[in-house]
Design a protein. Sequence first.
Length: 547
Amino acid sequence: MVERGVLTAPGPVWDAASRRAEVISALAEKPTVGLAAADHAAAELGISRRQVYLLVGRWRAGEGVVSDLLPAQSSGGRGAGRLPDEVEAVVREVLRTRYLTRQRRSVAAVCREITRQCRALGLPAPSRGTVLRRIAQLDPVRTVSTREGQDAARSRRSAGGVPPEITGPLQQVQIDHTPVDVIVVDERHRLPIGRPYVTAAIDVASRCVVGLVVTLEAPSATSVGLCLAHMVTDKRAWLERLGAAAVWPMSGKPGQLYVDNAAEFHSEALRRGCDQHGITLAYRPPGQPHFGGIVERLIGTMMQMVHDELPGTTFSTTADRGRYDSDGQAVLTVAELERWLALAVACYHGTVHETLGRTPAGAWTDLVAEHGTPVTVANQTAFLVDFLPVIRRTLSRSGFQIDHVQYYCDALKPWIARREQLGKFVLRRDPRDISRIWALDPDDNAYLAVPYRTLARPPITVWEQQAALARLREQGRAEVDEQALFAMVAAMRQITDTATATTRKARRDHERRANATPAPGPAAPPPMPPADDAGAVVAPFEVIEQW
Protein backbone atom coordinates (compact mmCIF):
# COMPACT_ATOMS: atom_id res chain seq x y z
CA MET A 1 0.00 0.00 0.00
CA VAL A 2 1.34 3.41 -0.90
CA GLU A 3 1.81 5.67 2.14
CA ARG A 4 -0.28 8.80 2.40
CA GLY A 5 2.82 11.00 2.66
CA VAL A 6 4.14 9.85 -0.72
CA LEU A 7 0.91 10.86 -2.47
CA THR A 8 -0.01 14.04 -0.59
CA ALA A 9 3.30 15.64 0.43
CA PRO A 10 3.73 18.98 -1.41
CA GLY A 11 6.78 19.34 -3.64
CA PRO A 12 8.82 21.61 -1.33
CA VAL A 13 8.07 19.37 1.66
CA TRP A 14 9.10 16.23 -0.24
CA ASP A 15 12.29 17.93 -1.46
CA ALA A 16 13.16 18.89 2.10
CA ALA A 17 12.60 15.30 3.26
CA SER A 18 14.81 14.02 0.44
CA ARG A 19 17.60 16.38 1.46
CA ARG A 20 17.25 15.19 5.05
CA ALA A 21 17.45 11.58 3.90
CA GLU A 22 20.82 12.19 2.23
CA VAL A 23 22.36 13.50 5.43
CA ILE A 24 20.51 11.39 8.03
CA SER A 25 21.04 8.04 6.23
CA ALA A 26 24.80 8.53 6.38
CA LEU A 27 24.65 9.25 10.11
CA ALA A 28 22.31 6.33 10.79
CA GLU A 29 24.82 3.86 9.34
CA LYS A 30 27.33 4.79 12.05
CA PRO A 31 27.27 2.82 15.33
CA THR A 32 27.18 6.10 17.29
CA VAL A 33 26.56 9.68 16.29
CA GLY A 34 28.91 12.06 18.07
CA LEU A 35 28.15 15.66 18.98
CA ALA A 36 30.46 17.04 16.30
CA ALA A 37 28.78 14.98 13.56
CA ALA A 38 25.30 15.92 14.85
CA ASP A 39 26.20 19.62 14.93
CA HIS A 40 27.59 19.45 11.40
CA ALA A 41 24.37 17.81 10.15
CA ALA A 42 22.24 20.30 12.05
CA ALA A 43 24.06 23.22 10.41
CA GLU A 44 23.71 21.63 6.98
CA LEU A 45 19.97 21.03 7.36
CA GLY A 46 19.17 24.20 9.31
CA ILE A 47 17.74 22.35 12.30
CA SER A 48 18.76 21.77 15.91
CA ARG A 49 21.04 19.03 17.24
CA ARG A 50 18.05 17.50 19.06
CA GLN A 51 16.11 17.27 15.80
CA VAL A 52 19.06 15.51 14.16
CA TYR A 53 19.02 12.75 16.79
CA LEU A 54 15.21 12.45 16.47
CA LEU A 55 15.49 12.04 12.71
CA VAL A 56 18.25 9.44 13.06
CA GLY A 57 16.02 7.49 15.42
CA ARG A 58 13.06 7.68 13.01
CA TRP A 59 15.27 6.52 10.09
CA ARG A 60 16.58 3.54 12.05
CA ALA A 61 13.13 2.59 13.35
CA GLY A 62 11.49 2.88 9.93
CA GLU A 63 12.14 1.29 6.58
CA GLY A 64 14.97 3.61 5.55
CA VAL A 65 12.86 5.57 3.03
CA VAL A 66 12.35 9.28 2.41
CA SER A 67 8.77 9.22 3.72
CA ASP A 68 10.16 8.30 7.15
CA LEU A 69 11.48 11.86 7.37
CA LEU A 70 8.35 13.67 6.23
CA PRO A 71 7.03 16.12 8.86
CA ALA A 72 4.50 14.48 11.14
CA GLN A 73 0.87 15.62 10.84
CA SER A 74 -0.15 17.69 13.86
CA SER A 75 -3.35 16.80 15.64
CA GLY A 76 -3.51 20.33 16.95
CA GLY A 77 -2.93 19.29 20.52
CA ARG A 78 -5.12 20.69 23.28
CA GLY A 79 -7.63 23.03 21.68
CA ALA A 80 -6.43 22.08 18.17
CA GLY A 81 -4.48 25.33 17.97
CA ARG A 82 -1.31 24.21 16.15
CA LEU A 83 -0.76 24.30 12.40
CA PRO A 84 0.44 21.37 10.27
CA ASP A 85 4.22 21.42 9.95
CA GLU A 86 3.98 22.15 6.21
CA VAL A 87 1.90 25.28 6.87
CA GLU A 88 4.24 26.35 9.67
CA ALA A 89 7.12 26.04 7.20
CA VAL A 90 5.34 28.29 4.71
CA VAL A 91 4.56 30.87 7.41
CA ARG A 92 8.16 30.93 8.65
CA GLU A 93 9.53 31.27 5.12
CA VAL A 94 7.18 34.09 4.13
CA LEU A 95 7.90 35.95 7.36
CA ARG A 96 11.63 35.58 6.70
CA THR A 97 11.55 36.62 3.05
CA ARG A 98 8.62 39.04 2.94
CA TYR A 99 8.05 40.48 6.42
CA LEU A 100 11.59 40.75 7.82
CA THR A 101 12.84 43.05 5.08
CA ARG A 102 13.54 46.77 4.74
CA GLN A 103 10.52 47.06 2.45
CA ARG A 104 8.40 46.71 5.62
CA ARG A 105 5.43 45.02 4.02
CA SER A 106 2.16 45.22 5.90
CA VAL A 107 0.60 42.33 7.78
CA ALA A 108 -2.18 42.24 5.17
CA ALA A 109 0.36 41.77 2.35
CA VAL A 110 2.12 39.00 4.29
CA CYS A 111 -1.20 37.22 4.94
CA ARG A 112 -2.08 37.38 1.25
CA GLU A 113 1.28 35.84 0.27
CA ILE A 114 0.93 33.05 2.85
CA THR A 115 -2.57 32.27 1.59
CA ARG A 116 -1.36 32.22 -2.03
CA GLN A 117 1.50 29.84 -1.31
CA CYS A 118 -0.64 27.53 0.83
CA ARG A 119 -3.31 27.26 -1.85
CA ALA A 120 -0.67 26.54 -4.50
CA LEU A 121 0.56 23.67 -2.34
CA GLY A 122 -2.92 22.39 -1.53
CA LEU A 123 -2.58 23.35 2.14
CA PRO A 124 -5.11 25.07 4.43
CA ALA A 125 -4.31 28.77 4.82
CA PRO A 126 -3.88 30.05 8.40
CA SER A 127 -6.07 32.86 9.73
CA ARG A 128 -4.89 36.44 10.10
CA GLY A 129 -4.92 36.05 13.89
CA THR A 130 -2.59 33.05 13.65
CA VAL A 131 -0.15 35.01 11.50
CA LEU A 132 -0.27 37.90 13.97
CA ARG A 133 0.56 35.54 16.81
CA ARG A 134 3.55 34.20 14.87
CA ILE A 135 4.73 37.77 14.28
CA ALA A 136 4.32 38.55 17.98
CA GLN A 137 6.59 35.58 18.78
CA LEU A 138 9.46 37.06 16.74
CA ASP A 139 12.38 38.65 18.53
CA PRO A 140 11.37 42.35 18.70
CA VAL A 141 14.93 43.61 18.42
CA ARG A 142 15.67 41.46 15.35
CA THR A 143 12.34 42.40 13.79
CA VAL A 144 12.99 46.12 14.11
CA SER A 145 16.61 45.89 13.03
CA THR A 146 15.72 43.98 9.83
CA ARG A 147 12.73 46.16 9.00
CA GLU A 148 13.92 49.58 10.17
CA GLY A 149 17.67 49.35 10.71
CA GLN A 150 20.03 49.15 13.67
CA ASP A 151 19.43 52.74 14.78
CA ALA A 152 15.73 52.04 15.27
CA ALA A 153 16.47 48.79 17.08
CA ARG A 154 18.94 50.38 19.49
CA SER A 155 16.22 52.14 21.45
CA ARG A 156 14.33 48.87 21.90
CA ARG A 157 17.07 47.03 23.74
CA SER A 158 16.72 46.94 27.49
CA ALA A 159 19.74 47.00 29.79
CA GLY A 160 19.95 43.21 29.69
CA GLY A 161 18.98 42.90 26.04
CA VAL A 162 15.55 41.38 26.74
CA PRO A 163 12.62 43.31 28.26
CA PRO A 164 11.12 41.78 31.40
CA GLU A 165 8.05 39.62 30.81
CA ILE A 166 4.80 41.07 32.12
CA THR A 167 2.35 38.30 32.99
CA GLY A 168 -0.01 39.51 35.74
CA PRO A 169 -2.75 42.15 35.95
CA LEU A 170 -1.39 45.54 37.04
CA GLN A 171 2.10 44.07 37.30
CA GLN A 172 3.18 47.08 35.26
CA VAL A 173 1.12 50.15 34.42
CA GLN A 174 2.31 52.84 32.02
CA ILE A 175 1.03 56.38 32.58
CA ASP A 176 1.39 59.62 30.62
CA HIS A 177 -0.53 62.78 29.75
CA THR A 178 -1.08 65.09 26.81
CA PRO A 179 -3.21 68.07 25.72
CA VAL A 180 -6.41 66.81 24.12
CA ASP A 181 -6.73 67.84 20.47
CA VAL A 182 -10.14 69.45 20.92
CA ILE A 183 -11.51 72.79 22.12
CA VAL A 184 -13.98 72.56 25.01
CA VAL A 185 -16.62 75.08 26.07
CA ASP A 186 -17.67 76.38 29.48
CA GLU A 187 -20.78 75.10 31.22
CA ARG A 188 -22.59 78.44 31.49
CA HIS A 189 -22.29 80.17 28.11
CA ARG A 190 -21.09 77.21 25.95
CA LEU A 191 -18.25 79.36 24.63
CA PRO A 192 -14.69 78.12 23.87
CA ILE A 193 -12.21 78.01 26.74
CA GLY A 194 -9.29 76.07 25.17
CA ARG A 195 -7.82 72.57 25.21
CA PRO A 196 -7.95 70.37 28.33
CA TYR A 197 -5.39 67.74 29.35
CA VAL A 198 -5.84 64.00 29.72
CA THR A 199 -3.81 61.68 31.96
CA ALA A 200 -4.18 58.02 31.05
CA ALA A 201 -2.87 54.75 32.51
CA ILE A 202 -2.81 51.36 30.75
CA ASP A 203 -2.16 47.87 32.11
CA VAL A 204 0.63 46.28 30.05
CA ALA A 205 -0.46 42.65 30.46
CA SER A 206 -4.11 43.04 29.44
CA ARG A 207 -3.88 46.34 27.49
CA CYS A 208 -6.84 47.60 29.56
CA VAL A 209 -7.13 51.31 30.32
CA VAL A 210 -7.14 51.41 34.13
CA GLY A 211 -7.07 55.14 34.86
CA LEU A 212 -8.28 58.30 33.10
CA VAL A 213 -8.46 61.93 34.24
CA VAL A 214 -9.39 65.07 32.28
CA THR A 215 -8.35 68.46 33.72
CA LEU A 216 -7.95 72.06 32.66
CA GLU A 217 -4.65 72.26 34.52
CA ALA A 218 -1.28 71.47 33.01
CA PRO A 219 0.16 68.06 34.01
CA SER A 220 1.42 68.01 37.58
CA ALA A 221 1.98 65.68 40.51
CA THR A 222 -1.68 66.23 41.38
CA SER A 223 -2.74 65.01 37.91
CA VAL A 224 -0.77 61.81 38.49
CA GLY A 225 -2.32 61.39 41.94
CA LEU A 226 -5.83 61.89 40.55
CA CYS A 227 -5.20 59.28 37.85
CA LEU A 228 -3.87 56.82 40.43
CA ALA A 229 -6.86 57.46 42.69
CA HIS A 230 -9.14 56.75 39.72
CA MET A 231 -7.15 53.59 39.00
CA VAL A 232 -7.30 52.01 42.46
CA THR A 233 -11.00 52.53 43.25
CA ASP A 234 -14.25 51.05 41.94
CA LYS A 235 -15.35 53.12 38.95
CA ARG A 236 -19.09 52.47 39.18
CA ALA A 237 -19.85 55.58 41.24
CA TRP A 238 -17.75 57.72 38.89
CA LEU A 239 -19.53 56.33 35.80
CA GLU A 240 -22.91 56.94 37.42
CA ARG A 241 -21.94 60.52 38.23
CA LEU A 242 -20.93 61.06 34.60
CA GLY A 243 -24.16 59.48 33.35
CA ALA A 244 -22.18 56.90 31.36
CA ALA A 245 -23.98 53.57 30.97
CA ALA A 246 -20.80 51.51 30.72
CA VAL A 247 -18.98 48.66 32.45
CA TRP A 248 -15.41 49.35 33.56
CA PRO A 249 -14.32 46.74 36.15
CA MET A 250 -10.55 47.26 35.86
CA SER A 251 -9.32 48.64 39.20
CA GLY A 252 -6.54 48.04 41.70
CA LYS A 253 -3.10 49.06 42.89
CA PRO A 254 -0.30 48.70 40.33
CA GLY A 255 2.82 46.76 41.19
CA GLN A 256 5.02 49.02 39.08
CA LEU A 257 4.31 52.46 37.66
CA TYR A 258 6.31 53.01 34.46
CA VAL A 259 6.74 56.69 33.59
CA ASP A 260 8.91 59.09 31.63
CA ASN A 261 11.34 61.60 33.12
CA ALA A 262 9.03 64.63 33.36
CA ALA A 263 9.31 66.70 36.54
CA GLU A 264 5.92 65.64 37.91
CA PHE A 265 7.04 62.00 37.88
CA HIS A 266 10.10 62.86 39.99
CA SER A 267 8.14 64.83 42.61
CA GLU A 268 8.45 64.04 46.29
CA ALA A 269 4.65 63.69 46.45
CA LEU A 270 4.62 60.84 43.93
CA ARG A 271 7.69 59.15 45.38
CA ARG A 272 6.39 59.20 48.96
CA GLY A 273 2.91 58.11 47.87
CA CYS A 274 4.27 55.14 45.93
CA ASP A 275 6.48 54.14 48.87
CA GLN A 276 3.47 54.32 51.18
CA HIS A 277 1.42 51.96 49.03
CA GLY A 278 4.17 49.58 47.90
CA ILE A 279 4.17 50.79 44.29
CA THR A 280 7.50 50.62 42.48
CA LEU A 281 8.45 53.65 40.37
CA ALA A 282 10.35 52.84 37.19
CA TYR A 283 11.59 55.38 34.65
CA ARG A 284 12.16 55.08 30.93
CA PRO A 285 15.78 55.40 29.82
CA PRO A 286 16.32 59.03 28.71
CA GLY A 287 15.97 59.55 24.97
CA GLN A 288 14.37 56.14 24.40
CA PRO A 289 10.60 56.75 24.08
CA HIS A 290 9.91 53.22 22.86
CA PHE A 291 10.14 52.01 26.45
CA GLY A 292 6.79 53.76 27.01
CA GLY A 293 5.41 52.68 23.67
CA ILE A 294 2.19 51.14 24.95
CA VAL A 295 0.81 54.27 26.62
CA GLU A 296 2.20 56.45 23.82
CA ARG A 297 0.21 54.46 21.27
CA LEU A 298 -2.84 54.55 23.50
CA ILE A 299 -2.73 58.33 23.62
CA GLY A 300 -2.01 58.54 19.89
CA THR A 301 -5.03 56.37 19.10
CA MET A 302 -7.23 58.39 21.47
CA MET A 303 -6.22 61.59 19.71
CA GLN A 304 -6.93 60.05 16.31
CA MET A 305 -10.41 59.20 17.55
CA VAL A 306 -10.83 62.79 18.69
CA HIS A 307 -9.80 64.02 15.22
CA ASP A 308 -12.28 61.66 13.56
CA GLU A 309 -15.25 61.94 15.89
CA LEU A 310 -15.42 65.16 17.89
CA PRO A 311 -16.47 68.64 16.73
CA GLY A 312 -14.01 71.35 17.68
CA THR A 313 -10.90 69.21 17.10
CA THR A 314 -7.64 71.06 16.60
CA PHE A 315 -6.06 68.11 14.73
CA SER A 316 -2.37 67.34 15.27
CA THR A 317 -0.93 70.31 13.37
CA THR A 318 -2.10 73.60 11.89
CA ALA A 319 -1.47 72.12 8.45
CA ASP A 320 -3.87 69.26 9.20
CA ARG A 321 -6.44 71.70 10.58
CA GLY A 322 -6.37 73.90 7.49
CA ARG A 323 -9.40 76.21 7.42
CA TYR A 324 -11.37 74.21 9.98
CA ASP A 325 -12.77 76.56 12.66
CA SER A 326 -12.04 74.66 15.88
CA ASP A 327 -13.44 77.37 18.16
CA GLY A 328 -16.55 77.82 16.08
CA GLN A 329 -17.29 74.09 15.99
CA ALA A 330 -16.58 73.40 19.69
CA VAL A 331 -19.60 72.07 21.62
CA LEU A 332 -18.34 69.73 24.40
CA THR A 333 -17.76 70.72 28.03
CA VAL A 334 -15.04 69.08 30.12
CA ALA A 335 -17.61 66.79 31.76
CA GLU A 336 -19.07 65.80 28.40
CA LEU A 337 -15.60 65.08 27.00
CA GLU A 338 -14.82 62.92 30.03
CA ARG A 339 -18.07 61.02 29.53
CA TRP A 340 -17.29 60.48 25.84
CA LEU A 341 -13.83 59.14 26.67
CA ALA A 342 -15.28 56.81 29.33
CA LEU A 343 -17.72 55.33 26.81
CA ALA A 344 -14.96 55.02 24.20
CA VAL A 345 -12.73 53.13 26.62
CA ALA A 346 -15.59 50.77 27.51
CA CYS A 347 -16.09 50.05 23.79
CA TYR A 348 -12.36 49.46 23.34
CA HIS A 349 -12.29 46.93 26.18
CA GLY A 350 -14.78 44.80 24.24
CA THR A 351 -12.99 45.06 20.88
CA VAL A 352 -10.51 42.40 19.71
CA HIS A 353 -6.98 43.72 20.18
CA GLU A 354 -4.67 42.82 17.30
CA THR A 355 -1.60 42.20 19.42
CA LEU A 356 -3.47 40.10 21.99
CA GLY A 357 -5.70 38.37 19.45
CA ARG A 358 -8.61 38.85 21.86
CA THR A 359 -10.45 41.57 23.76
CA PRO A 360 -8.65 43.41 26.59
CA ALA A 361 -11.66 42.72 28.84
CA GLY A 362 -11.31 38.99 28.18
CA ALA A 363 -7.57 39.13 28.84
CA TRP A 364 -8.21 40.97 32.12
CA THR A 365 -10.79 38.39 33.24
CA ASP A 366 -8.41 35.50 32.57
CA LEU A 367 -5.47 37.23 34.27
CA VAL A 368 -7.56 37.95 37.36
CA ALA A 369 -8.76 34.34 37.44
CA GLU A 370 -5.15 33.14 37.27
CA HIS A 371 -3.44 35.66 39.55
CA GLY A 372 -6.25 36.87 41.79
CA THR A 373 -8.16 40.14 42.06
CA PRO A 374 -5.90 43.19 42.45
CA VAL A 375 -6.06 45.09 45.74
CA THR A 376 -8.45 48.05 45.56
CA VAL A 377 -8.93 51.05 47.83
CA ALA A 378 -12.24 51.89 49.49
CA ASN A 379 -11.44 55.46 50.55
CA GLN A 380 -10.36 57.39 47.47
CA THR A 381 -9.78 60.64 49.37
CA ALA A 382 -7.47 58.95 51.87
CA PHE A 383 -5.49 57.41 49.03
CA LEU A 384 -5.26 60.70 47.12
CA VAL A 385 -3.88 62.52 50.18
CA ASP A 386 -0.75 60.36 49.97
CA PHE A 387 -0.06 61.79 46.48
CA LEU A 388 -0.77 65.47 47.11
CA PRO A 389 2.09 68.00 47.04
CA VAL A 390 4.27 67.96 50.17
CA ILE A 391 4.82 71.10 52.25
CA ARG A 392 6.90 71.29 55.44
CA ARG A 393 6.06 73.78 58.15
CA THR A 394 6.67 74.25 61.87
CA LEU A 395 3.68 74.45 64.19
CA SER A 396 2.97 77.65 66.12
CA ARG A 397 0.49 78.37 68.90
CA SER A 398 -1.99 79.54 66.24
CA GLY A 399 -1.55 76.48 64.00
CA PHE A 400 0.06 76.16 60.57
CA GLN A 401 0.52 79.04 58.14
CA ILE A 402 0.92 78.37 54.41
CA ASP A 403 1.11 81.21 51.88
CA HIS A 404 -0.46 83.73 54.29
CA VAL A 405 -3.36 81.40 55.16
CA GLN A 406 -3.78 80.12 58.72
CA TYR A 407 -4.96 76.57 59.53
CA TYR A 408 -6.05 75.41 62.97
CA CYS A 409 -8.25 72.94 64.87
CA ASP A 410 -8.46 71.84 68.50
CA ALA A 411 -6.90 68.48 67.63
CA LEU A 412 -3.57 70.32 67.20
CA LYS A 413 -3.33 71.20 70.91
CA PRO A 414 -1.37 68.07 71.98
CA TRP A 415 1.16 68.79 69.22
CA ILE A 416 1.39 72.47 70.10
CA ALA A 417 2.41 71.58 73.65
CA ARG A 418 5.53 69.78 72.36
CA ARG A 419 6.03 71.53 69.06
CA GLU A 420 9.67 72.36 69.74
CA GLN A 421 10.56 68.67 69.96
CA LEU A 422 8.52 67.69 66.88
CA GLY A 423 10.23 70.06 64.44
CA LYS A 424 8.72 70.53 60.99
CA PHE A 425 5.56 68.66 60.03
CA VAL A 426 4.83 67.02 56.70
CA LEU A 427 1.70 68.67 55.28
CA ARG A 428 -0.33 67.81 52.20
CA ARG A 429 -2.45 70.33 50.28
CA ASP A 430 -4.86 69.78 47.40
CA PRO A 431 -4.22 72.58 44.87
CA ARG A 432 -7.86 72.37 43.79
CA ASP A 433 -9.14 73.31 47.26
CA ILE A 434 -6.87 74.82 49.89
CA SER A 435 -9.64 75.21 52.50
CA ARG A 436 -8.01 72.43 54.47
CA ILE A 437 -4.66 70.67 54.69
CA TRP A 438 -3.62 67.27 55.98
CA ALA A 439 -0.93 67.08 58.66
CA LEU A 440 0.98 63.83 59.17
CA ASP A 441 0.90 62.70 62.80
CA PRO A 442 4.55 62.06 63.76
CA ASP A 443 3.48 59.42 66.29
CA ASP A 444 1.12 57.06 64.46
CA ASN A 445 1.69 57.96 60.79
CA ALA A 446 -1.94 59.05 60.33
CA TYR A 447 -3.20 62.21 58.63
CA LEU A 448 -5.20 64.86 60.46
CA ALA A 449 -7.40 67.18 58.38
CA VAL A 450 -6.89 70.77 59.47
CA PRO A 451 -9.30 73.45 58.14
CA TYR A 452 -8.96 77.22 57.80
CA ARG A 453 -8.62 78.90 61.17
CA THR A 454 -11.43 81.22 60.02
CA LEU A 455 -14.07 78.74 58.87
CA ALA A 456 -16.18 81.41 57.15
CA ARG A 457 -13.64 81.84 54.37
CA PRO A 458 -14.59 80.22 51.04
CA PRO A 459 -12.71 77.33 49.43
CA ILE A 460 -10.27 78.63 46.80
CA THR A 461 -7.71 77.04 44.49
CA VAL A 462 -3.98 77.48 44.84
CA TRP A 463 -3.96 79.21 41.45
CA GLU A 464 -6.43 81.82 42.71
CA GLN A 465 -4.33 82.29 45.82
CA GLN A 466 -1.15 82.82 43.79
CA ALA A 467 -2.86 85.20 41.35
CA ALA A 468 -4.28 87.26 44.22
CA LEU A 469 -0.88 87.42 45.90
CA ALA A 470 0.73 88.60 42.65
CA ARG A 471 -1.96 91.27 42.23
CA LEU A 472 -1.37 92.53 45.77
CA ARG A 473 2.37 92.72 45.08
CA GLU A 474 1.65 94.73 41.94
CA GLN A 475 -0.28 97.19 44.08
CA GLY A 476 2.83 97.70 46.20
CA ARG A 477 1.72 95.77 49.26
CA ALA A 478 4.88 94.94 51.16
CA GLU A 479 2.92 93.08 53.81
CA VAL A 480 0.13 90.69 52.85
CA ASP A 481 -2.37 89.52 55.42
CA GLU A 482 -5.02 86.83 55.12
CA GLN A 483 -7.91 89.31 55.06
CA ALA A 484 -6.43 91.22 52.12
CA LEU A 485 -5.67 87.99 50.29
CA PHE A 486 -9.25 86.69 50.44
CA ALA A 487 -10.64 90.13 49.62
CA MET A 488 -8.52 90.15 46.46
CA VAL A 489 -9.69 86.64 45.52
CA ALA A 490 -13.31 87.77 45.93
CA ALA A 491 -12.68 90.84 43.75
CA MET A 492 -10.99 88.76 41.06
CA ARG A 493 -13.86 86.26 41.09
CA GLN A 494 -16.31 89.10 40.61
CA ILE A 495 -14.33 90.37 37.62
CA THR A 496 -14.18 86.87 36.16
CA ASP A 497 -17.91 86.31 36.61
CA THR A 498 -18.69 89.64 34.97
CA ALA A 499 -16.34 89.04 32.04
CA THR A 500 -17.12 85.37 31.55
CA ALA A 501 -19.34 85.93 28.53
CA THR A 502 -16.80 88.13 26.74
CA THR A 503 -13.25 86.87 27.31
CA ARG A 504 -11.81 83.42 26.78
CA LYS A 505 -9.30 83.60 29.65
CA ALA A 506 -12.00 84.68 32.09
CA ARG A 507 -14.23 81.82 31.00
CA ARG A 508 -11.36 79.37 31.43
CA ASP A 509 -10.55 80.75 34.91
CA HIS A 510 -14.21 80.43 35.88
CA GLU A 511 -14.36 76.87 34.55
CA ARG A 512 -11.11 75.91 36.30
CA ARG A 513 -12.60 77.03 39.59
CA ALA A 514 -15.85 75.17 38.93
CA ASN A 515 -14.16 71.93 37.84
CA ALA A 516 -11.09 71.95 40.07
CA THR A 517 -12.67 72.70 43.42
CA PRO A 518 -14.15 69.53 44.90
CA ALA A 519 -17.19 69.67 47.12
CA PRO A 520 -16.00 70.81 50.58
CA GLY A 521 -16.01 68.13 53.23
CA PRO A 522 -16.58 68.50 56.95
CA ALA A 523 -14.67 71.28 58.63
CA ALA A 524 -12.57 69.01 60.81
CA PRO A 525 -12.91 65.27 60.16
CA PRO A 526 -11.29 62.80 62.53
CA PRO A 527 -7.73 61.60 61.97
CA MET A 528 -7.42 59.62 58.77
CA PRO A 529 -4.98 56.81 57.96
CA PRO A 530 -2.86 57.18 54.84
CA ALA A 531 -5.02 54.60 53.02
CA ASP A 532 -7.90 52.22 53.64
CA ASP A 533 -7.51 48.97 51.81
CA ALA A 534 -10.45 47.45 53.66
CA GLY A 535 -25.30 62.21 24.33
CA ALA A 536 -22.15 61.66 22.19
CA VAL A 537 -21.91 58.72 19.81
CA VAL A 538 -18.83 56.69 20.52
CA ALA A 539 -16.75 54.74 18.02
CA PRO A 540 -14.71 51.92 19.60
CA PHE A 541 -10.95 52.10 19.70
CA GLU A 542 -9.76 50.23 16.63
CA VAL A 543 -6.18 49.33 17.50
CA ILE A 544 -4.66 50.79 20.64
CA GLU A 545 -1.09 49.74 19.99
CA GLN A 546 1.21 47.09 18.63
CA TRP A 547 4.22 46.33 20.80
